[in-house]
Design a protein. Structure first.
Length: 222
């Protein structure tokens, strides 16, 4: 049985980033600029979570179709072919939504440059240290997502090859077994990268909270 799902924490890392402002700064401080840029990052990732739900919906649909295909006897080749076509159509839709998800992350990355630049202009030592840590965690999270995206792309391609092969009248057991092994291996990598992405998302949340605390502490001093 193929395991297709990837469970990733989508969008949560940057939500609510604009809830804290330094009091008594007077004007737009580098920290304010950093917050504003992070808010824009969050907005760019708005469709990320939505796409996650859509991808999982198509994954579930394909799993159901696959189960029907392998339960259908060789005497019903037309039925298998029809189910395969439906699975291929679903996989094509997944490709589209995966691209939308990736575009969302790429747009977020563009805003990240402002976050990084603003963090570099912060003068307060304690606040700057936490800002730098936050920047590093964002970079790691982006890099992790890029790897996850590449692995998911590969796995999706293997799904499509499997669906195509199931349409063959002379598909043998060993060939099917080999293709299933390749698919499962691909999704094993996806789950591994998904776990890493979740860890980096948690790490970003921790650094973000530390940044809030440092900012709040400095605001009370002013």
């Amino acid at each position: 049985m193929r395991q297709m799902k990837r469970s990733i924490k989508a969008g949560a890392a940057l939500a609510g980033i604009c809830t804290l402002l330094l009091v008594g700064c007077g004007g737009q401080s580098p920290f304010d600029d950093m917050q504003n840029a992070m808010t824009k990052m969050s907005e760019k990732e708005a469709s990320f979570e939505k796409e996650q739900g859509t991808l999982q919906s198509y994954e579930k649909k394909e799993q159901q179709l696959y189960t029907k295909m392998i339960q259908t006897t060789k005497d019903h080749t037309k039925t298998v072919s029809s189910l395969s076509d439906q699975a291929l159509a679903s996989a094509a839709k997944r490709e589209e939504h995966l691209k939308t998800e990736k575009d969302s992350m790429d747009q977020s990355k563009k805003e990240f440059q402002s976050v990084k630049e603003s963090a570099g202009r912060i003068k307060n030592a304690a606040l700057k240290d936490q800002a730098v840590q936050t920047v590093k965690s964002i970079e790691k999270r982006y890099a992790s997502y890029d790897q996850l995206y590449r692995e998911y792309q590969k796995a999706l391609k293997q799904d499509q090859l499997l669906y195509q092969s199931l349409k063959k009248k002379d598909l043998g057991y060993e060939e099917l077994k080999s293709k299933l092994k390749t698919v499962n291996r691909s999704y094993s990598k996806v789950r591994k990268e998904s776990k890493k992405f979740n860890q980096y998302t948690d790490q970003l949340n921790e650094n973000k909270q530390a940044l809030y605390k440092a900012a709040d502490k400095e605001a009370k001093k002013s």
